[in-house]
Ligand binder design. Sequence first.
Ligand SMILES: O=C(O)CCC(=O)C(=O)O
Ligand SMILES: [Fe+2]
Length: 312
Amino acid sequence: MPQALQLPIIDLSSDDRLSTAHLIRQACVDHGFFYIVNYGVEEELLKKVFEQSKKFFSLPVEEKMKLAVKNHRGYTGMYQEKLDTSLSSKGDSKESFYIGPQTENHLNQWPSEEDLPSWRSTMEAYHKKVLSAGTKVSSLIALALNLDEDFFEKLGALNDPLVFMRLLHYPGDVDSSKEEMYGASAHSDYGMITLLLTDGVPGLQVCREKSKQPQVWEDVPSISGALIVNIGDMMERWSNCLFRSTLHRVVPTGERYSVAFFVDPNKDCIVECLESCCSESCPPRFPPIRSSDYLQERFRVTATASVENYLL
Ligand SMILES: O=C(O)CCC(=O)C(=O)O
Ligand SMILES: [Fe+2]
């Protein structure tokens, strides 16, 4: 049985920003994962998001396929993605629905108002509020890296950021006996930070030492009322590996719903190791990259079907 990880709980409503930033720094160095509470989304809305998500995934597959992913927005079916490309399985046993930035709302796809009234307004309300929480977390991360709290704003990273909300459904009835089957196979997230809401069904696990064999996986329990936040690869690059983008996965435990909210830098933002995280003995480990080039390449590698999954 894997052990359950004890992660720090960060109160986003705290006025003591320096102590909060200090806690975040430790969490990002040790785990790359932490919880946030008091992040400004009422429980009622969280409940509605899950209700509406369930309604969408319960539609017949032909209906869902009418909204098949285009420009990284819309529906992806079972096995359309394999996050761990080293596996021989046919793909990850989950279905999902992507909603992109509201500034480019014309590109988003929505179920019809007739079929699912209030679906769009629920998702837009959640998207807006979690983006605001994500922006707060990013400024605390800047403080945690000994930078000005508006560092990422000034850099343009949070100016029209590439924010993608992904509704996820892991069906409970997949046959996982034949091959290595995961709801989401081992991966790290690609962007700055991810804010994850789960329905309380277990399944999420992390591996803190990705190169250590055999890999040790620990459960991340869900805490009612808290979001799970994790550092993505671009933040790891900025911090020159001071902050970890930790390997994680979802093992099949039963039917499960979650909502991942990926905060990625503006498409033209150049991500390069911060001077404050480099020194003579610790030179930059990565060359600079443009945010959307990096994301595009990561999506390309993990798509199992030829889906039209370009960002823009
Ligand atoms: O559903 C979860 O708990 C995690 C999902 C995840 O890691 C992802 O979509 O990147
Ligand atoms: Fe992830």
